[in-house]
Design a binder for this molecule. Structure first.
Ligand code: UD1
Ligand code: CA
Length: 465
């Protein structure tokens, strides 16, 4: 039978070096909070009822960020170090046999593959625990791995406590461990806060196991990027870039063309269909789902939106919380927001804003319009400069335009108002009353032409001089 795995994720710290009011694990990289990444990785190895988050700083917010996964929480009211964080779990977890994986909330690049390697290494030997280590160009800030002459793990010494000679070591502690659960719970009470920081260091377990006749073994990971822990915002930016690269690469392998992939920003939760093309500097954010054969042009931003197959988003367009059906074309320089819903083949062109409106199939609004709280029928043509006046200073009102209607350029539709199917609104009209189907509505002053007026004026001016 397979050995059961329990996972503890340490996420109680504030993260002082972030210089932030917000708990470190709530900062975002790759489009989601750091804590989401590590919980996702943990879920690949253990069921949610076996995953325990140690929370403290902004415990409520951290729990809210990941509670939907069904994972468990243990509160560490006072943060007295990584060893202390595990100590507060002892009562609840010491009855659970098998492997105990310890992960950090600030380590979002870790993959399930690396964790499986860790568990495998632990299962092979007699060690009380296995710790992932790696060799870094610049090990500043990490605990250093000290080995004896025979290469065995001797101690882990923190940056703050290390001698200059120890600081020169480039092999570092990732902080990711696999313990024999029973042994850990038996020995963890031995940790003492005897160090510069006066904290309970989990790293002291190396020595504690030794004294009890056991040992901890290192597992060196070749890809050190996997265990990058975030302590500062500079590291947050670095990790964000790596996550973006991973996501773009995965999409390309799945059949998406990305032009200048180093410039795009694509969140982890985004999906893109085959043969779609993403232009330079595009941003695909949140829970966006893009179908096949779409194009998102340069510098466009699409957030929390659904694009069906064959949708074309021209450059410099913003699409937020909206739905675009098959073959829709938007932009350049268009803005769709708050549940804009464009039915199949609809066209929304440059400098058109659509808010909380439905645009019927094959309807067009090609230039310079504001369509808010509107329900626009199929095949409607909305002329340049059309404005729905949806707001009276206190409340919002709807505009309804029936199928096949034609709204002349520069029309002002004062809501609430309804334009009947198939009717025409003359250019430049201010429409304040409903228009029945198949009618023509003119809402402007009749044009007056005074013949010869200019000529006479000029003549009068000449006689004066
Ligand atoms: C720790 C390790 C260090 C390792 C590094 C890897 C110790 C003593 N040091 O140092 O050897 O190289 O991680 O990134 O273990 N946390 C709690 N409660 C606490 C303290 C911390 O939950 O009381 C959590 C933090 O929220 C964080 C994680 O534990 O997610 C690591 O804490 P942090 O303070 O960042 O440890 P480091 O100083 O980086
Ligand atoms: Ca850290």
């Amino acid at each position: 039978m397979e050995t059961p795995i329990t996972v503890v994720i340490l996420a109680a710290g504030l993260g002082t070096r972030m210089k932030s009011k917000q708990a470190k694990v709530l900062h975002q990289a790759g489009g989601m909070p750091l804590i989401e990444h590590i919980v996702g990785t943990a879920l690949a190895l253990a069921p949610p009822e076996r995953i325990f988050l140690v929370v403290g700083h902004q415990a409520g917010e951290v729990q809210a960020a990941v509670a939907h996964h069904g994972v468990q929480f243990i509160v560490q009211a006072e943060q007295r170090g990584t060893g202390h964080a595990l100590l507060v779990c002892r009562e609840r977890l010491s009855g659970l046999p098998g492997h105990l994986l310890v992960l950090y909330g600030d380590c979002p690049l870790l993959t399930p593959g690396a964790l499986r390697q860790l568990v495998e290494a632990q299962e092979q030997g007699e060690a009380a625990a296995t710790v992932i280590t790696t060799v870094l160009e610049d090990p500043t800030g990490y605990g250093r791995i000290l080995r004896n002459e025979s290469g065995r793990l001797q101690a882990i010494v923190e940056q703050k406590d290390a001698t200059p000679e120890q600081l020169a070591e480039r092999e570092i502690n990732s902080g990711i461990y696999c313990f024999r659960a029973g042994l850990l719970w038996e020995q963890i009470g031995e940790i003492q806060p005897h160090n510069v920081a006066r904290e309970y260091y989990l790293t002291d377990m190396v020595d504690i196991f030794h004294r009890a006749g056991h040992f901890m073994q290192p597992l060196v990971l070749a890809d050190s990027s996997e265990v990058l822990g975030i302590n500062t915002r500079a590291e947050l930016a670095l990790v964000d870039r790596i996550l973006r690269e991973r996501k773009a690469r995965q999409l390309m392998l799945d059949g998406v063309t990305i032009e200048k992939p180093e410039t795009v920003t694509i969140d982890a939760g985004v999906t893109v269909g085959m043969d779609s093309v993403i232009g330079p500097f595009a941003q695909l954010l949140g829970h966006t789902a893009i179908g096949e054969d779409c194009r998102v042009g340069a510098c466009s931003i699409v957030r929390d939106s659904r694009l069906a197959a064959g949708v074309q988003v021209a450059p410099f367009t913003m699409v937020d919380s909206s739905e675009l059906e098959t073959g829709v074309r938007v932009g350049p320089y268009a803005r769709l927001r708050m549940s804009a819903h464009l039915e199949a083949g609809a066209v929304v062109g440059n400098f058109v804003e659509v808010k909380k409106s439905r645009i019927g199939a094959k309807a067009k609004s090609q230039h310079l319009a504001y369509l808010g709280d509107a329900n626009i029928g199929k095949g409607v043509n909305v002329g340049a400069g059309t404005i729905t006046c949806n707001y009276d200073g206190e409340r919002k009102h709807p505009t309804i335009i029936g199928d096949g209607a034609f709204i002349g350029s520069n029309s002002t539709l004062v809501a609430p108002v309804e334009i009947g199917a198939g009717s025409y609104v003359a250019a430049g009209s201010v429409i304040t009353e409903n228009v029945p189907p198949d009618a023509l509505a003119l809402g402007r002053a009749r044009q007056v032409v005074k013949e010869e007026w200019a000529k006479k004026r000029k003549a009068a001016a000449e006689t004066r001089t």
